[in-house]
Design a protein around this ligand. Structure first.
Ligand code: ZN
Length: 223
């Protein structure tokens, strides 16, 4: 029996999923987080996600899905590969982990089901990103239908950031009253540096440009 008042948040300790965690805390009575590891470059992601969950007072669970990194090569999990700095034309950067969000949503829904949770929250976005196919709204809707059919359940996948660019995601964190937490405690940087990061990897550039834009033009972003 699933209930409407609880949610499971896919949480990596980064800006986006942490903003989603606080979004979920605003919308649901009970919230759990799930941190899935898959051989990413930085193992401290788990500790960072755990600390954020602990500070927010929500249960935290880690799932080891390293098998994902053995299926295909990509620069996030194969540390000897040089990471693409930009999006190649007509393709994805080599940070693309094929199938990642399909695996994540499948694992998350099975775990959610075991707790009687029907709401899943993920920080994917199709604005302002690298164009990964499994971050698009169509994919999420399709996965939602498939998971419901697979388990004869009524999951609802929430994607609060789907149509937000980075500046708007910062604005959301501010509206939720957690701008400083997201700014200071999250890890987005591909080089494993917390908060504003190394400043030069693609993830830092996106994050920092979004923050700069938001802070410069706050009025524009106020709802
Ligand atoms: Zn960086």
């Amino acid at each position: 029996m699933q209930n409407n008042e609880s949610a499971l948040v896919l949480h990596s300790g980064g800006q986006d999923s942490t903003t989603c965690l606080f979004w979920a805390l605003k919308h649901f009575k009970e919230v759990r987080t799930l941190c899935i590891t898959y051989g990413q470059r930085h193992s401290q992601e788990v500790e960072i996600a755990q600390k954020i969950a602990r500070d927010a007072g929500v249960p935290f669970q880690v799932l080891d899905a390293t098998v994902i990194s053995h299926l295909a090569e990509n620069s996030l999990t194969h540390h000897d590969m040089v990471m693409d700095q930009d999006k190649p034309q007509d393709s994805y950067p080599n940070t693309f982990v094929p199938g990642r969000n399909l695996f994540f949503l499948t694992f998350a829904s099975v775990i959610a089901r075991s707790y009687g949770i029907r709401n899943l929250v993920t920080g994917v976005s199709q604005a302002d990103y690298s164009g990964y196919p499994d971050c698009r709204d169509t994919f999420i809707r399709s996965a939602n239908v498939t998971l419901n059919l697979a388990m004869d359940e009524q999951f609802i996948i929430h994607t609060p950031l789907m149509w937000l660019n980075k500046a708007q995601t910062w604005a959301l964190a501010d509206q939720l009253g957690v701008l400083e937490i997201v700014k200071n405690n999250t890890l987005t940087c591909y080089n494993g540096i917390v908060a504003e990061g190394c400043g030069s990897c693609p993830a830092c550039k996106l994050r920092n440009a979004g923050l700069e834009e938001y802070e410069k033009n706050k009025n524009k972003y106020q709802a």
